[in-house]
Design a protein around this ligand. Sequence first.
Ligand SMILES: [Zn+2]
Length: 330
Amino acid sequence: MTNSRQQFSKTYEKSFVWDAHSCLPLKTGIDLSPLERHHKAGINYVSINVGMDFNPWTDCIRFLAYFRSWIREHHNHYMLIERFEDLAFAKKTGRLGITFDLEGSVMLDTDFDMLSLYYDLGVRQIHFAYNRDNQAAGGCHGYDINLTPYGRQLVTAVNKVGMIMDCSHTGYRSSMEIMEISKKPVVFSHANCYTLKPHPRNIRDDQIDLCAKTGGVIGVNGIGIFLSDKPASAETMVPHIDYLVQRVGAQHVGIGLDFSFIRGIDDNPPNFEPALWWPPEAGYGKGMTYAPPESFPAIAETLAKKGYAETDIMAILGGNFLRIAQQSWA
Ligand SMILES: [Zn+2]
């Protein structure tokens, strides 16, 4: 397996390479070996989505059950990460470390004990809302509502349980309030810069500034419609990385690729209305482009050519998200 890996730069080999968010089809019984592409690209850790606000919680638990048992059966290539210390062990043993994330909070069923259960099942990162408003917070394609009283309690609960607080897909006002209240650093695991590409899914300068003030990290994603008018690639991701570095410093920048490993499988729940969650007028749908896992080494090379210091490249590739995990995970 190690033999099949491509050649990487010394800086890249030394780095702990962190993908803050990517997606498998939300379906049980499928072959998850396309994950191997992440491994071959020299990525050491990935957070895998196990549900969005439109997935019933019973399904989220089923996805966790299936993904966990598949990873356990393929333990020579992959490793379920339980504690922060496991991350170094995964890299040392040449395996891809995996934890899970929730895109939204509806699957908590307004029960804080569910948070602990998800934690015990390996969930280490959570959004409050996914694109639409919910009982906790506003979504980025919603009505920009304030954080609800329940949402304010949820900030405390997420801090306490030890998950990374993630404001991607969250509405502007709710995200600002979460960042003001949270006692732990807040991240945008996969979000790009509104100034470079005005899109409701992208984040504004004051969100970027406040995220950095919490000690947080913004993970640039590899989805074409959030990057530029060109197809997604390392080349179109780097300007977003560079903008963030110039604005808040390299210690607050990372990568959350948002790569969908297997496309073309319908994994939506029954009676799902795609236009509600992914408004076509915002560019979602056919023709979307995605930067591949191989973008990670390409980004490292591009940053080196731009004259970035090795320490900054290593921080962006994963050192910053490692810091967040150490500070956030219980
Ligand atoms: Zn997402």
